[in-house]
Design a protein around this ligand. Structure first.
Ligand code: LLP
Length: 433
């Protein structure tokens, strides 16, 4: 569900035509729908109503202050992985007391900062980290709230680079080692055992891996809860979204949407997620935490880009656009699919052509789509790369000395610039000759 659709022939975000924003702010440009963010959060929140629960939005998906503030106003918690993310949450008005801190490499400085800010819990990923947290807490005369992150060794059947819950991955503590480590942790006076956590991967598009992992975890969770009086069980993030037919407009789908929707791209609905997991989790009588990132922000954002040139080689028809892999790295990095929609609605009988949509960066991996059927394009046309709200801007870089794009947050008929486009000066800030 999202709020990008054609109105009177123009692709709009909520009530605002995207072409207007592209003209006003230039391209490449990220545009987000506040209403979509809110609706996603609320839908999940309502579906989990039978459970005592806390949604901790995964800040890594999209950490713009405007987005974090929208979620803070809904009383969201936050899943953070660095001091920088914690800083962003505070700056956006989020409660640090509702933050959980994940990640395999927390530094002493980060641990100290998080303890000062009284975060809700550290999700501990190794015994070495547990001891470091204890040491820092003792020096500060505090008790650090911790949960052990369990690696349940369950394959989430998602992309290899975003699978986290098997023993091939660096994350969490091996399932079999967990009871002993809780025991040893319980002897540490400056540590408070507060919960237990798992996370098996990202962009999981069926409910089965979640069920498998939760089922496997249940006896362990019950045992640890009884022994150590844990407050919560966090089942992590990973709820997948639909990338293929992200534009629902009753349109034939030049962006290659509807025609190629396959079995693996059926949406994992929140209803199904809740219906399958609540009966397993409810009897625990514990607080349940979730750490969704992509589900909240993914389909709430697009990246606008303009066509600069065309180039016909013997075999390929390249549309060279002004956005590049530095702005949105997902296709280059994961071979991921993003629907592409022209901002001006093409006539229903427009003939398709096939394009490789590529950026200006000096790498062959700098592409957004290969051999994609699109309505005929012209120089200067503006396109929306759909479903770019999660892991879009947050993974952007300055590669090829390209300033990062501006970001706009739309609410109804109003659009706010929530991050200025970087300038050339920004590119060299802090550097010396
Ligand atoms: N919790 C933990 C411990 C995580 O590692 C992650 C994501 C999340 C929650 C949020 O997962 P989500 O609900 O967004 O699936 N850059 C990749 C995704 C990397 C995900 C890393 N961990 C992409 O663009 O697909």
């Amino acid at each position: 569900m999202h709020e990008f659709c054609y109105r009177k022939g123009q692709l709009c975000c909520e009530q605002v035509p995207l072409e207007t924003l592209a003209r006003r702010h230039g391209t490449p440009l990220y545009v987000y729908s506040e209403n979509t963010i809110k609706k996603h959060f609320q839908r999940l929140d309502q579906a989990l109503a039978p459970l005592d629960h806390l949604i901790c939005y995964a800040v890594k998906a999209n950490s713009n202050l405007g987005i974090l503030n929208t979620l803070a106003r809904l009383n969201s918690g936050f899943d953070i992985v660095s001091m920088g993310e914690l800083y962003r949450v505070s700056r956006a008005g989020g409660k640090t007391s509702q933050c959980v801190f994940a990640g395999v490499g927390k530094t002493e400085r980060e641990i100290r900062d998080a303890l000062q800010k009284n975060i809700y819990c550290f999700n501990v990923e190794s015994e070495a980290e547990l001891h470091r947290i204890h040491k820092v807490a003792r020096a500060m005369r505090k008790r650090a709230p911790v949960a052990l992150r369990v690696n349940p060794n369950v394959d989430a059947h998602t992309h290899a680079k975003i699978t986290t819950g098997t023993y091939e991955n660096k994350f969490g503590i091996a399932f079999e080692q967990v009871p002993d480590l809780y025991q040893r942790a319980s002897w540490l006076p400056n540590v408070e055992l507060r919960g237990i956590q798992m996370h098996i991967g990202s962009q999981i598009t069926t409910v089965a891996p979640f069920i498998r992992a939760v089922r496997k975890m249940l006896p362990l969770v019950r045992e640890m809860q009884e022994r150590h009086r844990l407050q919560f069980f966090s089942i992590g993030g990973g709820i997948g979204i639909v990338y293929r037919s992200a534009l629902e407009s009753g349109h034939p789908g030049w962006w290659g949407g509807r025609k190629r929707v396959g079995r693996n791209h059926q949406p994992l609905t929140i209803d199904l997620f809740a219906r399958s997991l609540i009966p397993l989790l409810k009897p625990l009588g514990m607080r349940i935490l979730l750490e969704p990132g992509r589900y909240i922000a993914g389909n709430a954002g697009v990246l606008l880009t303009r066509v600069e040139y065309f180039k016909l080689t013997g075999t390929r028809n390249f549309a060279i656009v002004d956005a590049a892999m530095n702005d949105l790295i997902r296709p280059a990095f994961y071979d991921s699919y993003h629907a592409i929609a022209p901002l001006m609605e093409p006539p229903a009988n427009a003939k398709e052509s096939r394009y490789d949509v590529v950026g200006p960066i000096c790498e062959s991996g700098d592409y957004f789509a290969k051999d994609r059927a699109l309505p005929p394009l012209r120089e200067g046309d503006c396109l929306a790369l759909m479903s770019a709200g999660a892991y879009g801007f947050t993974m952007a870089s300055n590669y090829n000395a390209r300033p990062r794009p501006a970001e706009v947050l739309v609410k109804g008929t109003t659009a706010r610039l929530v991050r200025k486009r970087e300038s050339l000066r920004d590119l060299v800030r802090g550097e010396k000759k």
